[in-house]
Each structure stands twice: as structure tokens, then as C-alpha cells.
Design a protein around this ligand. Structure first.
Ligand code: ATP
Ligand code: MG
Length: 340
């Protein structure tokens, strides 16, 4: 990753919905960058339990049961709570208040135009029964980002519309204040900002299809790789195969350390003479090796939940103070300060 362009003074905020354990898409899209950035920047990570409820309110245990899984995933990949503040969204009331204030600055039409939200509404089959909280979640993300006055957001590419919408809110607030109160932020995309799902139909995601989790066991990894979409026209080993859209090669590009070897494999596959079973076996070995140590650390961490809870508690306490400061500034702009 080329982070040379990143200034020393960046404030970083990212988060993940507590809707399931984290998967390979999270790792390559954002977690890897967070681990690299945490030593030189002020980084906060938000476990978004409130946002998780926007499409799970009828089954809230999906969210409550995954909060500690997500924290364990962070620590297992190398996020260090001494360097990164990890907090829980529902413990920060300032975020909810900011969401409410910002919602006066955003139209329903603007929310409906958000391409990620549009796509998710379709995927989740909401049709006309869209929970109001779901439609407005980009506003709550703007609250999350601005409450920390973050300038850099390491995310997957599905989050670009949220950052655009956040900056629109920031500009409105600053224009109301007639000075810069909030910072605009920019995304930090990795080389793999949209890891596809194993069927190649969409991005890998917690709540759509079967993700390969960072805690997957050997059998789950094997089955996921065996079921991967390749080239449907590659009927026999001898026939030439296509690389474009072939999920196995996308994953080899992303996870295999030997670029020259993957290039050779691709050439061989395109010429013909290389079967999907072979390429899948190579990928499986590579993913087994990648996930094994993460799974081990994750399992160890989940054996002592009190440590994970302590990490969340102390991070949330620190973040409560920080976010309240920004809330007071924004309330001031709206004239909600007569009792202060
Ligand atoms: P859900 O299905 O509940 O929305 P998710 O898998 O999409 O879960 P999020 O918690 O919404 O995960 O996303 C957290 C972060 O991980 C975001 O920055 C998002 O862009 C990134 N991310 C999620 N999936 C991928 C992926 N397949 N490739 C790259 N980045 C991803
Ligand atoms: Mg998502």
C-alpha cells in the first residue's frame, strides 16, 4: 500500500456493522490499512451496533451476538487497542444527536439517490417497506465521521457515496457557521476495494451470500473455494479459460504472495491445459495459510470475553468525551445553546 501521500496529522475513523464476523473483504478492503496506519495516526474504530439494527431490528440478537466477534477479529488481525481506540456506537449518545440535527439538512430524494443504499434496498427486498433508519443510515455515518472530525477513511468502494454525502453535510454546517467547524474527509481505498463474493455476483458481504470469514475453519474454507465461480465456458482442462470475472484468479491476485507465479498460472489457464481443480487447490492452500493464525488468535481472544469488553469500555469512554465536544459545537451553530 502506498501511504506516502498521507500526512502525519491525519485523524482516521472507520467502522464495521456488528452484523456478523468479519470476512476476507474486510481484511483487504480496510483492516489491513488500519493495522498499517495505527502507529502514525490518530485512529478510532467504531463497532456500529446501532447501524446494524437498521436492517435487523426484528432480530436484534444478530447484532448483540456479533459485537465481541468483531472486536476479536480486529485484535486477531493486529489492531492494537493501545494504538487504536475501539468504541461502541450505542455508547456514544452524541452520534445520535448529531444524526438528528443533520437529518434536517438532507432531503429524502438525496437519500434515495445514494447508489449503495439503492442497491442494498434491492438486495434486501425492502421494496416500499424500507425502515426509516435504513434509508437514513448515511446520515448516521456522517455523524460518526464528523463527531471525530476525521479526515481519512479507509473503506471499501461501497462507502464512497457515504463519504460524498458526509462532505455535503460538512459544507452545509460550515456554511451555516460561516467558518470551518468540521473537516471534510477523503476515502483511502486499497487495491482490493471490492472483493467479490465467491459466486462473483456481488461484493463479499456479511449479510448477503456466504462470506469467507477470518475465523472460518478448514472445512468452510475448502467448501467456499470449491464452490467459487470460474469460467462457465471452461468445460475441459484442455480448453482455454477466461481470467476476467474468474473469482479464483481475483483471489489469487489478492492473496497470493508470488505475483510472477500467478501470472504464469493465468497464461497457462488462458492457453488451456490447466483445470479449475488445480487453480482452486492452489488458492485453497494460500487461504488456509492466511486464515490459520488469525483463527487461532481469534479463538484465544474469544475465550476471555472480559478483556474484549474492557477494550470496548475504555475506548467508548474516551470517545464519549471527544464526540460530545463536536456535538456542542454543532448545537451552537443551530442556536441550541441558551442554557449553556
Ligand atoms: P453488511 O452486509 O452487514 O453490510 P458488510 O460485509 O458489507 O456487512 P460492513 O460492516 O458494511 O460489512 O463494512 C465495513 C467496511 O468493510 C466498509 O469499509 C466496507 O467498505 C468494507 N468492506 C465490506 N465488504 C467489503 C468487500 N467485499 N471488499 C472490500 N471492502 C469491503
Ligand atoms: Mg455493508
Amino acid at each position: 500500500m502506498k501511504n506516502n501521500h498521507i500526512k502525519q496529522s491525519e485523524t482516521i475513523l472507520t467502522g464495521d456493522r456488528a452484523t456478523g464476523p468479519l470476512h476476507l473483504g474486510h481484511y483487504v478492503g480496510s483492516l489491513k490499512q488500519r493495522v498499517e496506519l495505527q502507529s502514525n495516526h490518530k485512529q478510532t474504530i467504531l463497532v456500529a451496533d446501532m447501524q446494524g439494527l437498521t436492517d435487523n431490528a426484528n432480530n436484534p440478537s444478530i447484532v448483540s451476538e456479533n459485537i465481541l466477534n468483531v472486536v476479536a477479529d480486529y485484535l486477531a488481525v493486529g489492531i492494537d487497542p493501545k494504538l487504536t481506540t475501539i468504541c461502541l456506537q450505542s455508547q456514544l449518545p452524541a452520534l445520535t444527536e448529531l444524526t438528528m440535527l443533520y437529518s434536517n439538512l438532507v432531503t429524502i430524494a438525496r437519500l434515495e439517490r445514494n447508489p449503495t443504499v439503492k442497491n442494498e434496498i434491492h438486495q434486501k427486498g425492502f421494496a416500499r417497506s424500507i425502515p426509516a433508519g435504513f434509508l437514513t443510515y448515511p446520515i448516521s455515518q456522517a455523524a460518526d465521521i464528523t463527531a471525530f472530525n476525521a479526515t481519512l477513511i479507509p473503506v471499501g468502494d461501497d462507502q464512497l457515496p457515504m463519504i460524498e454525502q458526509t462532505n455535503e453535510i460538512v459544507r452545509k454546517i460550515n456554511s451555516l457557521a460561516k467558518k470551518r467547524v468540521l473537516n471534510e474527509c477523503r476515502p483511502l481505498l486499497s487495491k482490493s476495494s471490492r472483493l467479490p463474493s465467491t459466486d462473483g455476483k456481488s461484493k463479499m458481504s456479511k449479510s448477503n451470500g456466504k462470506p469467507i470469514n477470518l475465523g472460518s475453519n478448514e472445512k468452510e474454507i475448502r467448501q467456499a473455494v470449491r464452490s467459487m465461480y470460474t469460467d462457465p465456458n471452461h468445460q475441459s482442462i484442455d480448453s482455454p479459460g477466461r481470467i476476467a470475472g474468474n473469482v479464483v484468479f481475483t483471489y489469487l491476485d489478492t492473496f497470493h504472495s508470488d505475483i510472477a507465479y500467478v501470472k504464469q498460472l493465468k497464461e497457462h489457464y488462458q492457453r488451456g491445459g490447466l483445470g479449475d481443480g488445480y487453480t482452486k487447490a492452489i488458492l485453497e492452500e494460500c487461504l488456509q495459510e492466511f486464515i490459520r493464525p488469525i483463527r487461532k488468535r481469534r479463538n484465544e481472544l474469544l475465550r476471555d470475553k472480559s478483556f474484549l469488553i474492557e477494550v470496548l469500555k475504555s475506548g467508548s469512554k474516551k470517545s464519549q468525551i471527544e464526540t460530545k465536544k463536536v456535538l456542542l459545537q454543532v448545537k451552537d451553530i443551530f442556536g441550541l445553546n441558551i442554557l449553556n
